[in-house]
Design a protein around this ligand. Sequence first.
Ligand SMILES: NC(=O)c1ccc[n+]([C@@H]2O[C@H](COP(=O)([O-])OP(=O)(O)OC[C@H]3O[C@@H](n4cnc5c(N)ncnc54)[C@H](OP(=O)(O)O)[C@@H]3O)[C@@H](O)[C@H]2O)c1
Length: 172
Amino acid sequence: MIWPAAIPLKHVVAFTKKDHAIGLEGKIPWHHPADLSHFKKVTQDHVLLMGRATYESLAKPLPGRFHFVLSQTRKIEKSTVHSVVSYADLLKKLETFSVDFPSWSERLKSGIAVCGGEKIYLETAPWAHEIFLTEIDEDHPGDRFYNVDLSPFSEVSCHSQGPLKFRHLIRK
Ligand SMILES: NC(=O)c1ccc[n+]([C@@H]2O[C@H](COP(=O)([O-])OP(=O)(O)OC[C@H]3O[C@@H](n4cnc5c(N)ncnc54)[C@H](OP(=O)(O)O)[C@@H]3O)[C@@H](O)[C@H]2O)c1
């Protein structure tokens, strides 16, 4: 599959520094308000892509964002939430996005923010142009991990706040 160059793909992820854990039993195993603010800032006004489990872990759709949810078992058609059954289905929907969702078409130019989970990060990694990565210097148990190879990316900025390190990586 060829990802459309006009739509930059970015990963937005938080993981533990030691073993790259991202989730446990359907939830995020830590609570860091600074990371929630960072996630909001990075994804605001964006089109998001996430798996069904990640979508179901949200209390409600995220305001100011459009959600594409990958699922072969659940069909969702809400104003800002639409399910897709495959990446091919996603690409098809992106072709008519500006007609189907005119109020979002300008915002698609900022790219699509991939928000998990484990398999979706891995599957979309070859197309990812940049990664907004929060590295957490704490031990948390996990059953889902960010297994993406970071070596094709270089760090362009980084700042720390307590145990959190906010890293921005761009493909070399
Ligand atoms: N720390 C972080 O930054 C972060 C970010 C996101 C999520 N998380 C955590 O990660 C966990 C959730 O992630 P997860 O890996 O378990 O699940 P997930 O990727 O969110 O959802 C998995 C589901 O997505 C659908 N799916 C995946 N690949 C697909 C494909 N190629 N085509 C069609 N559908 C596809 C399937 O849904 P169907 O079964 O309906 O077909 C699959 O069961 C939670 O613990 C969550 O809190 C953490």
